[in-house]
Design a protein around this ligand. Structure first.
Ligand code: CA
Ligand code: CA
Length: 251
């Protein structure tokens, strides 16, 4: 009991999936009653990260979860043709002129690890209007998972802070607010360089960066989604590329 009380006081169960994955609410709580309160605490604490759909036990019965598939999503884009549209597995949005969400052209360089294909958002010159481009994957039912991780390789070209350019990797659960998990730009990982255009990775101008994030527990419901998004303004060209996406659940 003393151990549980201390854990609750420290917000032990709400620290996110990383800690929970290592220790687990069920292991920290030695009986069903405390396991239940642990689950409620987790949802309430995580609710502070932006979603109003916190996992609070209302007593309502949910349909039975279908276990936890290890690999929920995997895509290296090598099966797509040059310049092809993203397929029906993706929900894309495009707001603004002269923009696209598609597979790279050969002249736009290689994907991660020297591969041929990657997904690319382009703003081909939208001034004076800003552009908002996104591509979302899912939803995935991850109620049977203790935790989940998302890894991806990303690259940005010629985004500029003075133009309020941004690139995001985000997740959400239960149609809640999108939660930024990593921001490729602005970031010291990808310095602003107006001479870096798509294809510049071949000259060492910029390089792919691989990220792996543990998803917050608030997103681990029946409708987990992930999303890549770029908001940009430019008179010339801005780009955000992504490749080798892997979404993994831990039973
Ligand atoms: Ca690839
Ligand atoms: Ca820009």
């Amino acid at each position: 009991m003393r151990r549980r009380r201390l854990a609750r006081k420290l917000g032990f169960c709400g620290l996110g999936a990383a800690l929970v994955g290592m220790i687990g609410c069920g292991e920290a709580a030695s009986d069903a009653r405390s396991a239940q309160s642990c689950s409620s605490d987790s949802g309430a604490n995580d609710g502070g990260s932006g979603s109003s759909d916190a996992e609070i036990d209302t007593g309502a019965e949910l349909p039975e979860a279908a276990g936890c598939p290890g690999t929920l999503f995997s895509e290296d884009f090598e099966g797509f043709g040059e310049g092809a549209s993203l397929d029906a597995g993706w929900q894309t949005t495009l707001e603004g002129p002269n923009s696209s969400a598609r597979i790279n052209l050969d002249i736009e360089g290689h994907g991660n690890a020297g591969s041929n294909r990657f997904a690319l958002f382009t703003n081909g010159g939208s001034e004076p209007n800003p552009v908002d481009i996104s591509a979302a994957g899912g939803p995935f039912d991850v109620r049977g998972c203790q935790s989940a991780t998302l890894s991806a390789s990303v690259i940005v070209f010629s985004l500029e802070q003075p133009e309020n350019d941004h690139a995001f990797v985000e997740v959400r659960g239960n149609d809640g607010n999108w939660i930024p998990m990593y921001m490729p730009f602005p970031s010291p990982d990808f310095a602003s360089d107006a001479n870096c255009r798509a294809g510049g990775q071949e000259t060492g101008c910029v390089a792919w960066k691989t990220i792996q994030v543990t998803l917050p527990r608030v997103a681990l419901g029946p409708n987990l989604q992930f999303r890549f998004r770029m908001t940009s303004l430019t008179a010339v060209t801005d780009f955000f590329g992504f490749d080798d996406i892997l979404l993994t659940g831990v039973p």
